[in-house]
Design a protein around this ligand. Sequence first.
Ligand SMILES: [Zn+2]
Length: 179
Amino acid sequence: MPESVNTHACPFDKRFPSQLIRDDAFFMSLAYNQAIDAWRKDEVPVGAIIELGGEIVGSAHNTVQSSNDPTAHAEMLALTQAAAKLGDWRIAGATVYVTKEPCPMCSGAMLMSRVKRVCYAVPDPKMGCLGGATNLNDLPRVNHHLELTVGGVLEDECRELLQTFFKAKRKNPDVAEEA
Ligand SMILES: [Zn+2]
């Protein structure tokens, strides 16, 4: 990693996945690109994509700092987009791709919106609520359960993005706090 890394100039490039193969890596690549956009705005680099029937119905990155809104996580914004696009708060059958394991708020919103599957890249043992710190799927009386695809999909790339951002932040604390 370059020594001169700062929080405004993201040292990572966007990915250009083939449009022909719309697999987990394809959609996670787009979530990764959203995370890069977040970094370029000095936001913690987390991105989310929501796929339904092969189409993208939600696409967002964290904007907590710029919107001064603690709920403006990538997943929340993408869920709101998807519900608006579908005209239904139930985003049934959809898959959420997100670069970091969802926090308590976002994991709860995914359960509430009835998405089918969540694919996340980097587990979060501190705040992750789909297996990292705890698992909301294990609530004994919840009817809806999320299918999970954990790690292995661009995990190293998404982790390096986050770790490098926070490393830069520690050198220059006048930027985003950890989301
Ligand atoms: Zn969250």
